[in-house]
Design a protein. Structure first.
Ligand SMILES: C[S@@+](CC[C@H](N)C(=O)[O-])C[C@H]1O[C@@H](n2cnc3c(N)ncnc32)[C@H](O)[C@@H]1O
Length: 264
């Protein structure tokens, strides 16, 4: 897990290119959220704010607060999303609710934050009794897109450039989250799902991953060297993701969900 901040390197426009696909897991999670206690909604690692907006649309009478460490992501959120949501710059590692939290929601963000053994119980304690912690994180390491990252990082050409750079960790196992959170919870729903996204274009895996998993590696390179790195990544990804019969690419992401209700 990288301990370096990646806050300055997220590219909201690139990230939003696959917004509909990226939103799919959250759209599966959101209908399961039943808010039975008064309080505010926090979206941790809110990125460009499109899911924060969905939370506000679902609960227009609640205060919704989007928290992210990236000034660029928050700038896009402020520009794209109409008034009515509070945006806060902050690091999830140090975050604490500043009001009663009926829901702490976090989608595709906590894998960037280290030490889940400490983090998850701490986040759960931020939730009001009867409130919800809802998280979705990708499980990346077994997947081709992550294997390509590792292979390049170890290659003679790039090894020296990435000595101090690490990809994010995978989340813990479902059973570990259960044991960490069950003392604080009255109810827990944990599940995992594979999403097989159909991608088109010349280097669709690179396009997807360059705004997420490659961020620490691109950050470590001067701008002039990034095209060569992306070209090498694309060559590996083309082998890891052979084209389907119709020329498209089936890009699989495995996602882990935890929905936990704080003990009353
Ligand atoms: C993959 S994006 C997810 C954005 C949004 N939640 C979504 O699902 O579309 C991950 C976001 O987490 C943010 N992030 C990463 N580490 C963070 C940290 N330690 N504290 C706050 N935000 C963080 C990044 O800036 C980025 O906006």
């Amino acid at each position: 897990m990288s301990t370096k901040s990646t806050s300055g390197t997220w590219n909201p426009d690139l990230y939003l290119r696959y917004a509909a696909y990226r939103a799919r897991p959250a759209e599966d999670l959101m209908p399961r959220l039943k808010l039975n206690v008064p309080g505010d909604i926090y979206d941790l690692g809110c990125g460009p704010g499109n899911l924060t907006q969905k939370l506000k649309d679902t609960w227009p009478d609640r205060n919704v607060i989007g928290v992210d460490s990236s000034p660029d992501m928050l700038k896009t959120a402020r520009e794209k999303i109409p008034n009515g949501i509070t945006w806060q710059q902050g690091d999830i590692s140090a975050w604490g609710a500043t009001s009663t939290a009926a829901l702490v929601f976090t989608n595709a963000a906590l894998h960037w934050v280290p030490d889940h053994k400490t983090l998850l119980p701490r986040l759960m304690r931020q939730v009001a009794p009867g409130g919800l912690l809802a998280m979705q994180v990708p499980v990346s390491h077994p997947e081709g897109y992550h294997q390509c990252i590792e292979e390049l990082a170890k290659s003679p050409k790039w090894h020296d450039r990435f000595k101090d750079v690490h990809a994010h960790d995978d989340p813990l196992a479902a059973s570990a989250y259960y044991d960490l959170l069950s003392p604080l919870c009255s109810d827990m729903d944990i599940w995992e799902t594979d999403y097989h996204h159909v991608l088109e274009g010349e280097n669709p895996v690179t396009e997807w991953i360059s705004s997420t998993g490659l961020v620490p590696f691109l950050t470590a390179l001067p701008e002039a060297d990034r095209p060569a790195y992306l070209a090498d990544y694309s060559a590996l990804a083309a082998k890891a993701y052979p084209r389907q019969a119709d020329g498209k690419v089936l890009f699989t992401m495995h996602r882990l969900f935890v929905l936990a209700t704080r003990k009353g």
